[in-house]
Design a protein around this ligand. Sequence first.
Ligand code: NCD
Length: 323
Amino acid sequence: MPTATSGNIDSNFKGKDILSLNQFDQKSLQTLFNVTVEMADIAKNAKPSDILKGNIVTLMFYEPSSRTFGSFGAAIKQLGGQTIDILDPVHFSSVAKGETLEDTIRVFEAYCDAIVIRHPEVGAAKRAAEAADFVPILNAGDGIGEHPTQALLDLYTIYEKFGRLDGLTGVLTGDILNGRTVHSLILGLSLYKNNTMYVLSPKELRLKASDLAFYKKRGIKLIEIDSEEEIPPDANFWYWTRVQKERFKDLSEYEKVKHRFVLTTDLIKKKGNDGMILMHPLPRVGEIELSVDKDKRAVYLRTEVRNGMYIRMALIAMILGKI
Ligand code: NCD
């Protein structure tokens, strides 16, 4: 009997795959956020927990990662669980011998209670979920598709600051075409009313017309802008992203656009406001000036990273039915 399922969360996380922000509704997000607050206390050692004692989670990363990999690993260990770490299976596992993704998943589900997967192909996490009969699959990034757990931590970070996820104005900057974190974030924000996102990217890196239409249909207002001049002065958050070098066939094209939009202290002075926050999924590679880090509004190397671990603690604990 299969015990892992995809589909809508409907506030019941137990046994569910986490593949897309599409599976969530407002209530499920609130349920997750409530548990995340408790997880922050556990991580700060205010009340240590070993609710994942005896649980093993496989972290299978076909693409480079230190942040997401480390965050999942820390989250599981904070709760007393253990991980099987498979980094770069293309070179260091049976995949190098030609094993299919499906077979790899079916082998590893025999060893563990959940599998976290990052893969360069869109839809790979879904394929993994279809192959797995017994354990839930968590998408840690499928090519230029989605990165749901990053969006969950981003939404939580915004929620923590503003106490709501509706009626917000944001600026999304960088590689909107290839940036999977942005795709998931837009899906998440579109679950709430009256959100307006100003989308600033090089022309070559804008959303595909079909995707733009798809997101707009979900009710979120997306306004594509051409320059920093058009950034509204009253935004609640700026979400800066890296141009995704690994998605370019021609690196000279990457060089042309990589630093088209750089977040500087000058720009913040010109277009920012006191109440806003500055976000970035990381890694940053030159698109945020280092001097911005000192700004109290810059949360990317502060709460945003920490919230990632708390959200993943909550998610794994709920999926494994421990909360
Ligand atoms: C992001 C990713 O992998 O999509 N990184 C991350 O998970 N923190 C963003 C990026 O690599 O630019």
